[in-house]
Design a protein around this ligand. Structure first.
Ligand code: TTP
Ligand code: MG
Length: 352
């Protein structure tokens, strides 16, 4: 039996902005892109959430829901450096940590001897340190399997924690809604509901083979989770697999020349971003992304071991010519895929 803690910062970007500017504390605020540039909301504070302002909502729509909303331009460098401070706090307790994003991590504290090995007390201590040292709040979930730790960290948000002890797993999972299982999105949840499955208990009567036929690999995940099973351990080597820059255009574009000038700007940004991250990273592929005015997204990438402007532009032009079909284009992007450090090690030639 293992013990996992999932830590998740509360309204992370928005909380950082309120911390650094206390005048914002009692106002509805959101961190996101400019309404004039068709930006979207990254996150909102809890006051703004009462108006329905949510992550991924277009800023224009958020302002309709909450006209006094204060929209703040993201300061990614600040969030990133705070994320490193959070990491160093967590590393005091265990090295078995999977950092999922800037504000979220799984810790395996099974063999941790601090606080007599109590995961509940360890989670409390980590949240206390974060609050005292960084003046930000975090929530935590504690459970014997990863997916339940994640679900639990949402149960007493903000600034709270929730424990699912081993003896309560069956009861908790029984009444758990399938839509809450990480990986089950809106479309799958709807399909499950159409098949008569809303809660995990509904899956118990369903045949595994049938689930796999309907949902592919996700079918076996749904089956396992519904039985409280999650064999995943923390993946301490988890790392970035790609770096990209994309931009929603202020107006749809229809000519290749307009696309070309956007792509050139994006290339410069991507180059700047790449130079800021690790210098030893190895590029495996590079590619482009285009979103059309009917919201269809198309991407194209190929093996290319370095970032190269002409090649990316050629790729973009091919996609433009072959897939646009007279549609307008509302978003363009470029990215590189990276070689994981494990693979890089294997690929490295032996030294002579
Ligand atoms: P979340 O943990 O999903 O959200 P949150 O921390 O803002 O709020 P909660 O209290 O519910 O945990 O995401 C962490 C950060 O990631 C968030 O502050 C902003 C960023 N983010 C986006 O930029 N776009 C998104 O669609 C989401 C979900 C998050
Ligand atoms: Mg969060």
């Amino acid at each position: 039996m293992r013990k996992f803690i999932h830590i998740d910062m509360d309204s992370f970007y928005a909380s950082v902005e309120m911390r650094d500017n206390p005048a914002l504390r009692n106002l509805p605020i959101a961190v996101g892109g400019d309404v004039k540039k068709r930006g979207v909301i990254s996150t909102a504070n809890y006051i703004a959430r009462q108006y329905g302002v949510r992550s991924a909502l277009p800023t224009a729509q958020a302002l309709k829901l909450c006209p006094m909303l204060k929209v703040i331009t993201p300061r990614y460098d600040v969030y990133k450096s705070i994320s490193y401070q959070i990491r160093s706090i967590m590393l005091r307790y265990t090295h078995l940590i999977e950092f999922v994003s800037l504000d979220e991590a799984y810790l395996d504290v099974t063999d941790c001897t601090l606080y007599q090995g109590s995961a509940t007390l360890i989670a409390q201590a980590i949240r206390h340190d974060i609050n005292k040292e960084l003046d930000l709040t975090a929530s935590a979930g504690i459970a014997p399997v990863k997916f339940l730790a994640k679900i639990a960290s949402d149960m007493n948000k903000p600034n709270g924690q929730f424990v699912i002890p081993p003896q309560s797993v069956d009861e908790f999972v029984h009444s758990l809604e399938l839509a809450k299982i990480p990986g089950v999105g809106k479309v799958s949840a709807k399909k499950l509901a159409d098949l008569g499955m809303i809660k995990c208990s509904d899956v118990l009567k369903y045949d595994l083979a049938k689930l796999i036929r309907e949902f592919g690999k996700l079918g076996s995940v749904i089956y396992e989770r519904s039985h409280g099973i999650d064999e995943r351990t923390v993946n301490i080597d988890r790392e970035r697999k790609s770096i990209g820059v994309e931009r929603t255009l202020s107006e749809d574009i229809h000519s290749w020349n307009d696309c070309l000038s956007e792509m050139k700007k994006i290339y410069d940004e991507l180059e700047a971003r790449l130079s800021k991250v690790r210098s030893d990273l190895s590029i495996l592929k590079q590619g482009v992304k285009i979103k059309f005015d009917d919201f269809q997204i198309t991407t194209q990438e190929h093996i290319h071991s370095k970032l190269e402007k002409e090649d990316l532009i050629d790729l973009a032009q091919t996609v433009w010519n072959e897939r646009r079909q007279d549609r307008g284009v509302r978003l363009v992007g470029m990215h590189v895929s990276l070689i994981g450090s494990q693979l890089a090690k294997q690929l490295r030639l032996p030294e002579i």
